[in-house]
Design a protein around this ligand. Structure first.
Ligand code: 5AD
Length: 366
C-alpha cells in the first residue's frame, strides 16, 4: 500500500523553481513520479468519481477581440448564432436524461444574452431539471452575475488565461480603460458565493515557464473550486494564428505533455478542485487525451451537448468539433472510457468537496 502524499511533499513540489523544473522535465521515469503524486492526491481528496458536465455553447457572438480565440469579434467570415431559451432548455433536458449532474452554458461575451434572458433560462433549468448550472459567459457586470446567482446559477467559469500581465494585455485587449480584469472578477464571483473556476492556456506565443509557475501559484491563492487547463491551439482566423513564430528555448511548447504537467501541478496546488480533462487536450492528441488527463489528476469530463447545427460554428480553436461525438453516443462512450481507466461515474452535481467531506478512498489512509 502506498502512502498518501503529505502536505510537506506537496510544499516541496510547489516552490516556483520546482514547478519550472517539472515543466522542463522530460525524463519519463521522473515524470511518472509527478503523475503518480497527482493521481494519488486526486484519489485521496476527490475520489474515483468522474463527474460529467454537459457543455452547451449557447452563442458564438462576442464583442471581444482576443488574439487567440476563433470566435473573436474580428472574425467576419464566421456565421453567428444565438440559441433561444427553448433550445437551451431542451439541451438541459438532454443532459438530465443522459444522467449528467451539471449543465454548463458557455458563450462569447454577448450582450444579446441579456441579464433577464439568462436569469429566466437558469430559473427554468433549475425548476425543471434540478441540475447544477454552471455559467461561462465572459466578463459581465457584477449586477448580471448577481442576478444569475439569485436565479439559481451555482458555478461560474472564467479563465484568467495567463498570469503574465504583459502577455495577457497583448492577447486580450480591454474594452474600456479601468475595467476590473478577470482576477478581480473572480474575487467578485467568490463573494457572490458562486463555485468559481478559472484556468489557463499552455503554450501561448511568448509564454515562459516562470509565468506558468506563477499561474499555479495564482490557482492556489484564489483557492479555485474548478481549474481548466488546455494547450493553446492556433486558429487561422486570429492574430495569433497568423504568425506562428519560431520556437525559442524560453518558449513553452503548446503540447499535450505540457498541458498534462500543468494539470498535475494544479492538482497538487489545489487538491480538492474539480479539474476537467479538457476538450483542447483531447483535440490535440486524439482520443487518448482524456484518459491520460484522468490519470494525471483530472476528475471531470465535459461532453458537448451543443446542437449539431451550431457546433462547428463554436470554433474557438480548429478541430474542436471533430473531436467530439454526438450527445447519446458521446455519453455512452465517455462512460465506457471512464470505466476502462478504473474509475466510476459520479452521481449528483459533483460540487467541490471541502477537506472535511473528502471520501475515504479505499486503501488510502487519510
Ligand atoms: N486554443 C486553446 N484554447 C482556447 N481557448 C480559446 N481559444 C483557444 C485556442 N485557440 C480557451 C480559452 C477560453 C476557453 C473557453 O477556451 O482558455 O477561456
Amino acid at each position: 500500500m502506498h502512502q498518501p502524499p503529505t502536505r510537506m511533499d506537496r510544499e516541496l513540489f510547489l516552490t516556483s523553481a520546482r514547478i519550472t523544473d517539472w515543466l522542463r522535465e522530460e525524463d519519463e521515469g521522473r515524470l511518472n513520479v509527478l503523475w503518480k503524486l497527482a493521481d494519488d492526491l486526486r484519489r485521496q481528496r476527490v475520489g474515483d468519481d468522474v463527474h460529467l458536465r454537459g457543455l452547451v455553447e449557447i452563442s458564438n457572438h462576442c464583442l471581444r477581440r482576443c488574439a487567440y480565440c476563433g470566435i473573436n469579434a474580428d472574425n467576419s467570415v464566421l456565421p453567428r448564432y444565438r440559441m433561444n431559451a427553448g433550445e437551451i432548455l431542451e439541451c438541459a433536458r438532454r443532459a438530465k436524461s443522459l444522467g449528467f449532474g451539471t449543465v454548463v452554458l458557455q458563450s462569447g461575451e454577448d450582450y444579446g444574452l441579456t441579464a433577464l434572458l439568462v436569469s429566466e433560462v437558469v430559473r427554468s433549468i433549475k425548476g425543471e431539471t434540478g441540475l447544477a448550472v454552471t455559467l461561462s459567459l465572459g466578463e459581465r457586470p457584477e449586477r448580471d452575475l448577481a442576478a444569475w446567482r439569485a436565479a439559481g446559477a451555482d458555478r461560474y467559469l472564467l479563465r484568467f488565461e495567463t498570469s503574465d500581465e504583459r502577455l495577457y494585455a497583448r492577447i486580450h485587449p480591454p474594452l474600456a480603460a479601468g475595467e476590473p480584469g478577470r482576477v478581480a472578477l473572480l474575487g467578485r464571483l467568490k463573494r457572490l458565493d458562486y463555485e468559481t473556476g478559472s484556468g489557463v492556456m499552455v503554450g501561448l506565443p511568448g509564454q515562459r515557464y516562470e509565468s506558468l509557475a506563477d499561474d499555479v501559484a495564482l490557482f492556489r491563492r484564489l483557492d479555485l473550486d474548478m481549474i481548466g487547463i488546455g494547450p493553446f491551439i492556433p486558429h487561422p482566423g486570429t492574430a495569433l494564428g497568423q504568425n506562428v513564430r519560431a520556437q525559442s528555448p524560453a518558449q513553452v511548447p503548446a503540447t499535450e505533455l505540457m498541458a498534462l504537467k500543468m494539470l498535475a501541478l494544479a492538482r497538487l496546488a489545489c487538491p480538492e478542485a474539480n479539474i476537467p480533462a479538457t476538450t483542447a487536450i483531447a483535440t490535440l492528441d486524439g482520443r487518448e487525451g482524456y484518459e491520460r488527463a484522468l490519470r494525471c489528476g483530472a476528475n471531470v469530463v465535459m461532453p458537448e451537448l451543443t446542437p449539431w447545427q451550431y457546433r462547428a460554428l463554436y470554433e474557438i480553436y480548429p478541430g474542436k468539433a471533430a473531436s467530439q461525438e454526438d450527445g447519446e453516443a458521446a455519453a455512452v462512450s465517455v462512460v465506457a472510457r471512464i470505466r476502462a481507466v478504473g474509475r466510476t461515474v459520479g452521481a449528483g452535481p459533483g460540487s467541490r468537496r471541502r477537506g472535511d467531506q473528502a471520501p475515504a478512498a479505499e486503501g488510502v489512509p487519510r
